[in-house]
Design a protein around this ligand. Structure first.
Ligand code: HCA
Length: 442
């Protein structure tokens, strides 16, 4: 069962994202919150396609034996990958596996390019998870990996001591020393989110010194809100492989968001780490993921419309003069290309003037805008649940002030996130990624 060693022909970039949206991401409780529970095959196909087009070369999936559905999905996702080889080159599909022969067999049958082995090494895992002591772990893992390496030399092998940051360094070395001859990468997962930038920097340094021939991979959970800063620290210390997900979804509060990491590397001018990633696709791929979760791109995601949304009158006014007053970062390069201005009780007359004149093409002067603003500010507090502030404003302008619109050709509708399609929103394709655009007449 020897296959061509594709990985040997691949020249890894300075930063390789290993996306685990379809593995750890699928462990997010958000799927339960929204009564969705799992990604459908169509969801997975779209996410895989979008990730490959974005420039991701390594995608982690569950081991096929997790369920018949996961097993069948492997085939479908391989087909998506294969259909994009001519356009984007080869993408490696990695199976997340326990140190167990049955997991390995199922991954090989599923056509995995690599096996991401893990077993808990911390005292907590040893006592309450699998119950094996360190020597048993060493024996089990080394025997299995030696056999897999011998029989399947084309596979990319990775080993993670789960909960590595609660595993004492000498104990981690004890296990890693024994398996180092057989693996391509060591993971060092911060399973419970206790790591800090200094502890990450130290881990990267000691592992690199001890295992110069083995690549390193990071996986940082967000329990303290440190997953992003820890990933940044790891990358700046030249850890080549980082696990991310779309929107940072994963167990509990999640792991590092892919676009948050790349966005920050850009801001910090780590341009060599951005090679091959289609940064302009960042916001669209976040919208795609949010749509699958039946939610909006969350406000804590840096590559979001929220970061270009201005509500206070003072802010709105300044942004109309020059967006740089309240927008310091190049979000447009990451696909957030519309400055979303929310109309509400805090809106001043100038934003109302701007909205009606520049966005909705009414013939309106400033004096009229000031008068409309007075009516709008009063009316907006009594909104019916099914009517938006924009609609209230348009109604006031048309029905109460008799304003007419200029007869301009319809401009391209803006990108917005919409959960419902009751307003006639239709998905359109941009860069191979599904977006939603308003179809509301301009
Ligand atoms: C899990 C735990 C894990 C594994 C990470 C890894 C973690 O969900 O099984 O395989 O490197 O955080 O330790 O996600």
């Amino acid at each position: 069962m020897n296959e061509p060693p594709r990985f040997n022909q691949y020249q890894p970039r300075a930063l390789e994202i290993i996306d685990t949206t379809l593995r750890d991401g699928q462990q997010t409780s958000l799927l339960h919150d929204h009564h969705k529970y799992f990604f459908t095959r169509a969801d997975k196909e779209e996410i895989t396609r979008a990730l490959i087009i974005y420039g991701v070369k390594f995608i982690e999936l569950f081991a096929p034996l997790v369920s018949p559905q996961e097993r069948d999905d492997w085939k479908a996702l391989r087909a998506v990958r294969d259909s994009l080889i001519t356009q984007k080159g080869y993408t490696f599909l990695l199976a997340h596996v326990r140190c167990h022969p049955r997991d390995v067999e199922s991954a090989i049958d599923g056509g995995a390019d690599g096996l991401n082995f893990y077993i808990g090494t911390s005292p907590e895992s040893r006592a309450y998870n699998h119950g094996n002591d360190l020597d048993t772990i060493v024996k089990k893992a080394a025997t299995l990996f030696e056999e897999v390496r011998r029989n399947y030399p084309h596979l990319i092998l990775r080993f993670s001591g789960e909960d590595a940051f609660r595993t004492r360094e000498d104990e981690l070395f004890h296990v890693y020393d024994a398996v180092a001859p057989y693996v391509d990468r060591f993971g060092t997962p911060d399973t419970v989110g206790i790591a800090t930038p200094p502890s990450v920097a130290r881990r990267v340094r000691v592992l690199r010194e001890r295992y110069p021939q083995v690549e390193l991979e990071g996986h940082f959970h967000d329990d303290r809100g440190f997953s992003l800063i820890n990933s940044l620290e790891a990358v700046k210390n030249d850890m080549r492989y980082i696990n991310t997900t779309l929107l940072g979804i994963a167990e509990r509060s999640g792991i590092t968001s892919m676009t948050a990491l790349l966005f920050n590397l850009y801001i910090d001018r780590e341009f060599d780490k951005l090679e091959g990633y289609h940064l302009r696709g960042s916001y669209p791929i976040n919208v795609l993921a949010a749509d699958k979760l039946r939610m909006l791109v969350p406000p804590r995601e840096p590559v979001s419309l929220t970061n270009r949304t201005h509500t206070a009158g003072v802010h709105q006014n300044a942004v109309l003069n020059d967006a740089s007053v309240y927008e310091a970062h190049p979000l447009d390069l990451f696909g957030v290309s519309e400055t979303e201005i929310l109309l509400g009780p805090l809106s001043g007359w100038n934003i109302i003037h701007y909205f009606l004149k520049e966005i909705r093409y009414f013939e309106i002067d400033e004096a009229t805008a000031k008068e409309i603003a007075v009516v709008f500010k009063e009316r907006v507090y009594k909104l019916a649940p099914d009517i938006s502030p924009e609609q209230v404003l348009i109604d006031i302008a048309e029905k109460e002030f008799g304003l007419a619109r200029l007869n301009l050709p319809q401009a391209a509708p803006p990108i917005v996130q919409r959960l419902d399609s009751s307003n006639g929103a239709k998905p359109t394709m941009a860069n191979g990624i599904q977006l939603k655009r308003t179809t509301e007449a301009a």
